[in-house]
Design a protein around this ligand. Structure first.
Ligand code: ATP
Ligand code: MG
Length: 565
């Protein structure tokens, strides 16, 4: 992560927009759009684009459209359309009645193509795909004119109409713009506008057998919707001359300005839809909403909040230069949000039974526990305390190493919200495994301190054995074991870097009784363990929790180290 791109406040896009407003361009209007192709689920990179487009519109009292760029029927599907709408809404943005589909413009796009042909700006070409590649030239060599380039407009018109009518097989002809085969920009060397493709479209069915190319569709869709600033990622910079050419050569209502910014890259994960689709299709993960994926559906299931993601998008800012953002920053944003809002509870992931020998058998008392020390208005709850409890196996060592400030034989610790206990005896099974601890408690220490003011080494979380709820916990780690598989010198496939330990399932964890009734999506801090979110796999009486993020903030450390440099 390079923090010099860290520009909350004014960035180069806001600078452009503010200058346009001052100059009275577009009548001072700001109208943006978010234009996903419905060929996969949205990921955190798209979130950056959504926050940017909807965010700028809101900031400048403008509008933002949601537009599906659905010109490639083979890979698109209504499942993706629906998931994209759900994700944009979840992020907190609203398109009101401004939901558009490029496919709604198919008829107009066709009319515009006729217009270009009539004006000698487009022609029907019968070169094969392979020939087109050869004629195209390279970055150092000019292209060659197609033999069809001088075809009379009437003949191209006739052929194009018959392409639409389905008279020719797929691939027999294409419609191309007539620009300049010697242009140093390959995108200007008579790019294809339409191809024949017999594929059912998720919205237009079999009505069309010719489909417009994205680069031709996009500027026209923008213009038809009155977009003022068409914000896209850097790889479209070289396409901008063609974007402008299309608009300059057609009677469209306005000429939006294309502005490019660097896409978001996150380390230890994959973000291309093609790769995500492969992980889902080949069952490397459990679906598009697998909590290990950087998809919005996955992040949501993992326990991410829209606030955390919006804040992350603002923090990474926009730049003209590609960079790699540290996953730790995303996690930091989630922690900051959940620290404010998540209710604190106690759950023991790997239970060790403790019997408090001087606590009366059958007695149960209630201790008070605060729900969120960051937010007194969150109130308190009662926790049952009894003779038999569970603590974390990790919180006890028979032979404590130096700096182990938890329970050990003869030592005293505090049980959060309850009493001090001292370990008197370690009970083992025939194999020598520790099965139970025998402890005594100090009745004077209720609430966590004693009159004599004596110190204890540490504080442990716990749950009362008879009252505990059995829960399943899923612990997640990075999806990939290396920060950037694309940087691999041997160009190995990214799947070779999948982290085999990205998911650990821990069953029979013991949680405090308040966790018996929870709803999927509810978020908690398990004291000392991290933030957790109720998974949709939960069943009544069988809650499942995803660990959203640990409590350790590695981003804070990175930032501190950077400041000290
Ligand atoms: P992918 O490369 O993952 O397949 P895409 O660019 O083809 O993504 P689209 O559906 O076309 O996906 O993207 C919709 C919008 O989101 C576009 O404007 C695109 O520029 C933007 N976008 C996609 N990926 C990122 C990213 N990583 N960072 C910022 N914006 C992105
Ligand atoms: Mg795209």
């Amino acid at each position: 992560m390079s923090t010099d791109d860290f520009t909350p406040g004014l960035n180069f896009i806001r600078t452009i927009i503010e200058a346009d407003i001052r100059a009275g361009k577009n009548g001072g209007r700001v109208h943006t759009r978010f234009p996903p192709e419905p060929n996969g689920y949205l990921h955190i990179g798209h979130a950056k684009s959504i926050c940017l487009n909807f965010g700028l519109a809101a900031e400048y009292q403008g509008l933002c459209n949601l537009r599906f760029d659905d010109t490639n029927p083979g890979k698109e599907d209504v499942e993706y359309v629906d998931s994209i709408m759900a994700d944009v809404r979840w992020l907190g943005f609203h398109w009101a009645d401004r939901l558009y589909y490029a496919s709604d413009y198919f008829e107009k796009l066709y009319e515009f193509a006729l217009h270009l042909i009539r004006n000698g700006k487009a022609y029907v070409c019968d070169l094969t795909a392979e020939q087109m590649r050869q004629y195209r030239g390279t970055l150092t060599e000019c292209g060659l004119n197609s033999p069809c380039r001088e075809r009379a407009p009437e003949e191209s018109l006739d052929l194009f109409q018959r392409m639409r009518a389905g008279e020719f097989p797929d691939g027999a002809y294409v419609l191309r713009a007539r620009i300049d085969m010697t242009s140093p920009n390959l995108n200007m060397r008579d790019p294809v506008l339409y191809r024949i493709r017999r594929e059912s479209h998720h919205r237009t069915g079999d009505r069309w057998c010719i489909y417009p190319m994205y680069d031709y569709t996009h500027p026209i869709s923008d213009a038809l919707e009155g977009i003022t600033h068409s914000i896209c990622t850097l790889e479209f910079e070289d396409h901008r001359p063609f974007y402008d050419w299309v608009l300059d050569n057609l009677p469209v209502p306005c000429h939006p300005q294309q502005i490019e910014f660097a896409r978001l890259n996150l380390n230890y994960t994959v973000m291309s839809k093609r790769k995500l689709l492969e992980l889902v299709d080949k069952a490397y993960v459990r679906g598009w909403d697998d909590p290990r994926l950087p998809t919005l559906a996955g992040l949501r299931r993992r326990g991410y909040t829209p606030e955390a993601i919006r804040n992350f998008a603002e923090l990474v800012g926009v730049a003209k230069r590609e960079s790699m953002v540290d996953m730790a920053l995303l996690e930091h944003c989630l922690r900051e949000d959940l620290n404010r809002s998540a209710r604190r509870v106690m759950a023991v992931l790997r239970p060790l039974k403790v019997v408090i020998s001087n606590y009366p058998e059958g007695k149960v008392e209630e201790v008070d526990a605060d729900n969120n020390p960051e937010d007194p208005s969150a109130g308190t709850r009662k926790l049952p305390f009894a003779r038999e409890i569970y603590i974390e196996q990790d919180d006890f060592r028979e032979d404590p190493p130096k700096k182990f400030f938890r329970l050990a034989p003869g030592r005293e610790i505090r049980l959060k919200h309850a009493y001090y206990i001292r370990c008197d005896e370690v009970v083992k099974d025939a194999q020598g495994n520790i099965t139970e601890l025998r402890c005594t408690y100090d009745p004077e220490s209720r609430g966590g301190s004693t009159k004599d003011g004596r110190k204890v080494l540490g504080t442990s979380h716990w749950v009362a054995a008879a009252h505990a709820v059995d829960v399943e916990v899923r612990l997640y780690d990075k999806l990939l074991s290396v920060p950037d598989p694309a940087a691999d010198k041997e160009a190995r496939d990214f799947k070779e870097f999948l982290n085999p330990a990205s998911l650990e399932i821990v069953k029979n964890c013991k949680a405090e009784p308040s966790l018996a009734a929870t709803a999927p999506g509810e978020r908690f801090q398990f004291l000392r363990q991290g933030y957790f979110c109720v998974d949709s796999d939960s069943a009544p009486g069988k809650p499942v929790f995803n660990r959203s993020v640990t409590l350790r903030d590695s981003w804070a450390k990175i930032e501190k180290a950077q400041q000290e440099k």
